[in-house]
Design a protein around this ligand. Structure first.
Ligand SMILES: [Zn+2]
Length: 364
């Protein structure tokens, strides 16, 4: 039983979770018929729920309440140094349109991103007033996030890796309460999703996996000023440099991945070694955080099973048995461009959060 003060937001959550009749909702919430009717009415007025009456085949079939993802749209934006991707999505994070615009790395400005957002809305035939919220993915969140779109809705900004983690959890790992998404590309980063929410830490710096010290690389200097950082030791950029020194052509994490995928010996070895080093650091994270799943994404993870194999060797060997019982270690299901989906999910979960829906239902 939920408390009798259950608001429209909580009722919406139950309907999104599959409760489809007033009888089910009344049983779950303990609300009186009249109060429940008020809550449902508010959701019907907002358009967030539709009520259908099935074809009568003798007797009166109960009305079915269904979440209506077309009640509004959110704008999802991923901003990188040389391009940005904008998606106009419904409230199920289904893109109505995706629009990519190249950015000049030296002259990228908020105005360009804003223009791209307005173009995407025009292409989707959606009036700016219909945007409920904007989600933005960036490399590093600025202290004062700029508004990429001048609407009235809230603008939420987060790092790409956190949004990748959120997208992955939302689409494939709903049953996992504690998920670590490890991105292994040029950089090594980690997104933490706990009970469906991104864990950012006190100052947004949680998940700084790349700057944890790893054994055996004490002489490697990291741009952060420390030595022996995981990313400086075995990140995609570091591996590309190592392979270049061995006479191979590798300028990026993607190049390293391609070489490993083609079975080029030194590249396979480098990726496997990287996997072991990452696994060693993750073993400590597993002991400390006890995740239900570790999901591996990024160019190097996508490219080859060698990274995962190396990681498994050390992550399991060095973790406490209690923490690794039932631990899932898996490649990510979504590609590295799924951050835009994560930005949509962030915006949707914000405007469909219980308290937010309650306020909207009460006219703020
Ligand atoms: Zn560092």
């Amino acid at each position: 039983m939920v408390e009798a003060s259950t608001g429209a937001g909580a009722v919406l959550r139950l309907i999104r979770g599959g409760a489809t009749t007033r009888t089910q909702l009344a049983l779950t919430t303990g609300l009186s018929r009249s109060t429940l009717a008020e809550r449902v009415h508010a959701l019907l007025v907002l358009g967030l729920v539709t009520e259908t009456h099935g074809a009568s085949t003798g007797g009166r079939p109960p009305a079915t309440l269904i979440f209506n993802p077309t009640a509004g749209v959110v704008l999802a934006t991923s901003v990188y140094s040389d391009f940005c991707r904008v998606a106009v999505c419904d409230l199920d994070a289904k893109p109505l349109i995706e629009h990519t615009v190249e950015l000049d790395p030296d002259a990228a400005s908020d105005a360009v991103v804003r223009a791209a957002a307005l173009e995407a809305l025009a292409l989707a035939g959606v009036a700016p007033e219909r945007v409920w919220a904007v989600g933005v993915g960036v490399d590093e969140p600025p202290a004062h996030p700029a508004t990429p779109f001048a609407g009235d809705g809230p603008v939420l900004v987060d790092r790409h890796v956190n949004l990748l983690a959120l997208a992955e959890q939302w689409t494939h790992w709903r049953e996992v309460d504690h998920l670590l998404y490890v991105f292994v590309g040029a950089s090594i980063e980690c997104g933490i999703v706990s009970h469906g929410k991104v864990h950012r830490g006190a100052r947004g710096a949680a998940g700084g996996l790349g700057h944890i010290r790893v054994r055996g690389y004490e002489d490697v200097l990291c741009p952060c000023g420390n030595t022996g950082c995981l990313e400086a030791a075995v990140g995609g950029r570091a591996l590309a440099e190592q392979l270049t020194a061995q006479g191979l052509r590798a300028d990026s994490a993607a190049d390293v991945a391609a070489l490993a995928r083609n079975g080029v010996g030194p590249a396979v070895q480098a990726v496997r070694t990287a996997g072991r080093a990452i696994g060693e650091v993750l073993a400590e994270c597993v002991n400390f955080y006890n995740p239900g799943a570790i999901v591996l994404g990024g160019e190097l993870a996508e490219a080859s099973h060698h990274l995962l194999a190396g990681l498994r060797e050390t992550a399991f060997a060095r973790s406490l048995p209690m923490a690794t019982r039932d631990l899932i270690v898996s490649p990510a299901h979504l590609a590295a461009d799924a951050g835009t989906l994560g930005a949509a999910v962030m915006a949707i979960e914000h405007v469909l959060a219980e308290a937010y829906v309650d306020r909207t239902a009460n006219g703020h």
